[in-house]
Design a protein around this ligand. Structure first.
Ligand code: DLZ
Length: 224
């Protein structure tokens, strides 16, 4: 039977060739997580994102994803330091400074900034200079016999949304919230039946490039 559900393909072929994308994944339920990460990477590359511009970080579980994503998005600590903006972040909340949102978005760096001439604080590891166009958070939550699942699903989804709204950097919601192992496997293309299902990681890779592309345009004030 046909279904009306699912993502329709965009008319546009978004170009990821100049993008940087971070994938942050949990290590719970790795069989499924690994397939999702591989699916996301395959589609990032298919859209032209260069391997060197795909950064993969792991955290123990899905509960840790929001903090890790927030840190990836604001990995520009060094830049904040150099631009004397390091004090604007308090409690994960970006406070008033006219350039902060742009900085977090990462695409409007002033080429005249003094960032190359100001020394980084001791102990700060040198980072690549380019910010991320998008972050993909990948985790697999499978319901157990306690309320753990509900609490983690709820808090993680809200927190990931908060990261993207607070920073203006797209955070792709790659967290499966499955009631059974089979549900999770099918959503990673690993179904145990005849129908292997669909790897949602692929959709997340495509979504990252599409959103990165939209954000570049929207920041320039260009709307269709
Ligand atoms: C504790 C826990 C449980 C029960 N289930 C999952 C899960 O299905 N998927 C997942 O990604 N993480 C799970 N975790 C771990 C939590 O996300 C978190 O890592 C720990 O509670 C430590 O903060």
């Amino acid at each position: 039977m046909s279904t009306i559900k699912g993502l329709s393909q965009s008319q546009n072929q978004y170009d990821g060739s100049s993008m940087r994308v971070a994938i942050v994944h949990a290590r719970w339920n790795t069989t499924v997580v690994d397939a999702l990460v591989a699916g996301a990477i395959a589609k990032l590359k298919a859209r032209g994102v260069k391997e060197k511009n795909i950064v993969v970080e792991s955290v123990p579980g899905s509960f840790e994803l929001p903090l890790a994503c927030a840190k990836c998005v604001v990995f520009l600590y060094r830049h904040f330091w150099q631009l004397n903006l390091h004090r604007v972040i308090a409690g994960g909340h970006v406070q008033s400074h006219s350039n902060v949102t742009d900085l977090l978005g990462g695409l409007n760096f002033s080429s005249t900034s003094s960032r190359s001439s100001t020394p980084a604080p001791t102990g700060v590891v040198p980072m690549p200079n380019e910010p991320f166009d998008a972050v993909i958070a990948i985790g697999v939550l499978i319901k157990g016999s306690t309320m753990h699942f509900e609490y983690i699903c709820d808090s993680v989804s809200h927190a990931l949304m908060k990261v993207q709204l607070d920073t203006g950097v797209p955070v792709i919601f790659g967290v499966l919230t499955a009631l059974t192992d089979d549900q999770a496997l099918e959503r990673a293309g690993l179904g145990r039946g005849e129908d292997k299902g669909h790897n949602h990681g692929e959709d997340w890779g495509l979504a990252a490039v599409e959103m990165g592309s939209h954000l570049r345009r929207w920041r320039e004030g260009q709307f269709n």
